[in-house]
Ligand binder design. Sequence first.
Ligand code: SF4
Length: 409
Amino acid sequence: MRSAVMAGLCPGHPRSSAKKDVDARDKRGHDVERLSACRYSGRMSARSALKAKQEPVQSETSSRPAWLLAWYDRHRRRLPWRAAPGEASDPYRVWLSEIMLQQTTVKAVGPYFEKFLARWPDVAALGRASQDDVLRMWAGLGYYSRARNLHACAVAVTREHGGIFPDTEEGLRALPGIGPYTAAAIAAIAFDRRTMPVDGNIERVVSRLYAVEEELPLAKTRIQQLAATLLADTRAGDSAQALMDLGASICTPKKPACSLCPLSEDCTARAKGTQETFPRKASKKSGALRRGAAFVVTRGDELLVRSRPEKGLLGGMTEVPGSDWLAGQDDAAARKHAPGLKGLSRWQRRVGVVTHVFTHFPLELVVYTAKAEARTRAPEGMRWVPIATLAGEALPNVMRKVIAHALDV
Ligand code: SF4
């Protein structure tokens, strides 16, 4: 009975009766294998039958880690950084993917992960790269402080740890760019340390499973404690990845597929029919709209650019000259920040504005264009770059939008 339950099959039915909808795609484009075996039908499931026969039962909570692992063994997502079943994880791949996945979807990260791995196959190779090269390769992935920390971390692991990642949460947290969540994720997945990293997916699953009424972010400590009870005695990394996958493919923010969930019979929110109302969240105040101007100057087939200061938003990235981005700034004030170049044509204001949303504020930029004469020198701190090589510059997305708007590309 137990093996049939763990395999996800209805006892008494031949294995071939379990229908699979293999390779259904979830919203983020991962391969998801969803079962529609009869254990998920309206009839009493194997676990219910078992419970009914053996009442009173011991606390079901102790079985959850095993149910999760059994589900994971059948339905795990295939991800480029994930070790195949039975294979040891590569700490470099785990670390690289975890840094890239901060604030970013799996779908967006995939091509960047492959590019980085092809160019820098191990941490020592990345540690020898220049920060500029790393920023250029990262361009488009956003949150650029991650790229600078990624490079600093690779340098630290190479120089201070002989190219080997520390295998404890404490050791990992001492490295640049590795906070508590990332340290726990690497420690669990790469080194099988018994710790549960709690990301947004896991927060959602746990808050529903236990119907946590406390609002986020205050509920984080409680959710962390509850999530830790879902760790199996061994295979800590798989326990964490099972919960991550469950949150990504089954316990989704809207319309969770509870009938396919291995924990459905023990889920408090599902029993009450309130699953979509969890996790409870304190209302967010979004930042005020900031406004500014961007100045796109061409000299033949070249473009005038500069580098942003190392510290702060988009630190070290390439941009066209522009005003500060300020709430309540009007066009006339922003326009005064146009760069001064000799022999420049009249500034033309492009119709419309470029909009971009950062984590803490939305931005609106008015774009001006002008042409410089051949051999016009770039003002101090700026440089001319061929438009044909812009793809190789560390341009953040907002600047790509500005240039596309200005040059009609
Ligand atoms: S039963 Fe539904 S709400 Fe509960 S954990 Fe599973 S998918 Fe999420």
